[in-house]
Ligand binder design. Structure first.
Ligand SMILES: C[S@@+](CC[C@H](N)C(=O)[O-])C[C@H]1O[C@@H](n2cnc3c(N)ncnc32)[C@H](O)[C@@H]1O
Ligand SMILES: [Zn+2]
Length: 407
């Protein structure tokens, strides 16, 4: 099939999951070592996002099992179509997929890839602006069961039209790649786009997820739609948030109760979530050391994972032979473990740097915390991260004792 298709630029066939996809031959578009190949090619394809797509397949299948019905799915920013084509081929119960891209060359390639995988009756292609496309599906009975927004940078410009184009109880998946903004390198950009202030703390990746989740909850509430965050992850250069939505003004009010702030003390590492940030709180002093505290938010301070959703994803992974299976197993294992853990985490290496201590193993810190009666969890957000109910003062004390050999 690929022999008969003239893309007009160098291409190659790659295998991902259970599909074969004709993609731009990325080496052909790199002119200097600093070039980011996927964005230089005439159609977007990023092999590094395979894990993102694998996890999206698992999440969609978990969702399908939870709702137990045939699904219509939309991928409004599809590039060469790989993600939507994988949904159609690999997720049992997917009835129809609409893939769309504003780039005409992407649409031609996606059409070819649909035929290459024999999915002509199941996957349809459109060539519209994503918001225009989603607007056409906002009426009752036209809406999708699931929408996956995977753009360059922030997904924020598509949130309103995406929640409106989702049926009651639908699943929304979001990628954000603008981590420099979300992690506080460009705070003004984060406030402008996400409506919340970021902070350059050691747990900034969790804050990034919470800022995106919060931004979604606020956008949905304007349409009397509530959100529930069922899964999220922070991997490589991006974050992903998966949420289900539900219609109802009262439910939307309830979902907004998950909004708040996280106060942080840069002197002693104390942090705490607060529901409302009054003028008094903004200028609050740290309850542990008395220094002036900073804050992140407004953001989502509620749950980030639904345990049953995570369990179903893990079960689905067991049935599949993804190339990155081991890596995803590890990711899902960590997430299952941290699903009920306290908000934020201590990064053992960052704390030890600040305290001028040698860095002990995270395993050791975990076991000493537990021996002292505290909760202690690893986190997928950071390999040196520990989630715990221990105070910052006690945590510093414990680290010193471990390094001195007194624990
Ligand atoms: C990150 S790429 C998508 C990658 C794809 N989802 C995947 O998993 O391989 C983003 C895509 O959005 C498309 N795009 C950018 N702005 C758009 C818009 N306003 N409407 C529709 N597509 C758009 C670009 O042409 C590009 O193909
Ligand atoms: Zn303090």
């Amino acid at each position: 099939m690929e022999e008969n298709f003239e893309a007009g630029f160098p291409t190659e066939v790659v295998k991902e999951g259970e599909v074969r996809i004709l993609v731009p031959k990325l080496e052909a578009f790199v002119k200097s070592p600093s070039d980011y190949a996927p964005s230089k090619a005439p159609v977007f394809y990023n092999p590094v996002m395979e894990l993102n797509r694998d996890v999206a397949v698992l999440a969609l299948q978990a969702y399908q099992r939870m709702v137990d019905r045939e699904l219509s799915v939309c991928e409004p920013l599809a590039g060469c179509g790989v993600r939507g084509i994988r949904f159609a081929k690999e997720v049992v119960g997917v009835e129809k997929v609409v893939v769309n891209d504003i780039n005409g060359k992407a649409v031609q390639l996606a059409k070819h890839n649909i035929e290459l995988n024999g999915l002509g009756g199941k996957v349809v292609v459109q060539n519209l602006d994503a918001n225009f496309l989603l607007g056409g599906y906002a009426a009752p009975r036209k809406r999708f069961d699931a929408i996956d927004i995977d753009p360059f940078g922030p997904p924020v410009p598509y949130l309103d039209s995406a929640v409106r184009a989702l049926r009651n109880g639908g699943l929304l998946a979001l990628t954000a790649t603008d981590l420099a903004s979300l992690c506080g390198v460009y705070p003004k950009a984060c406030i402008r786009k996400y409506g919340g202030k970021p902070l350059r703390t050691e747990y900034c990746h969790e804050l990034a997820v919470r800022l995106l989740a919060g931004c979604l909850a606020v956008a949905a509430a304007k349409h009397d739609i509530a959100v529930k965050i069922v899964f999220c992850h922070s991997t490589d250069h991006y974050i992903r948030v998966y949420a289900t939505t539900e219609y109802g003004a009262k439910k939307a009010d309830e979902s907004l109760k998950n909004m708040g702030y996280i106060m942080h003390c840069f002197r002693c590492f104390h942090r705490e979530p607060v529901k409302t940030l009054s003028f008094f709180d903004v200028s609050a002093n740290c309850r542990e050391c008395g220094a002036k505290m900073d804050f992140a938010g407004p953001l989502w301070i509620g749950k980030l994972f639904d345990k049953e959703f995570c369990r179903l994803m893990e079960e689905e992974l067991g049935k599949r032979s993804f190339r990155l299976k081991r890596r995803i197993e590890k990711l899902l294992g960590l997430i299952k473990n941290e699903a009920e853990a306290p908000i934020t985490y201590y990064a053992v290496d960052k704390l030890c740097d600040a305290l001028n201590l040698q860095v002990p193993s995270v395993k050791k810190v975990l076991s000493i915390l537990k021996r002292n009666g505290y909760s202690a969890f690893l986190t997928h957000f950071n390999p040196k991260g520990v989630k715990s109910n221990v105070s910052a003062t006690k945590m510093r004390e414990i680290l010193r004792k471990i390094v001195d050999g007194n624990q």
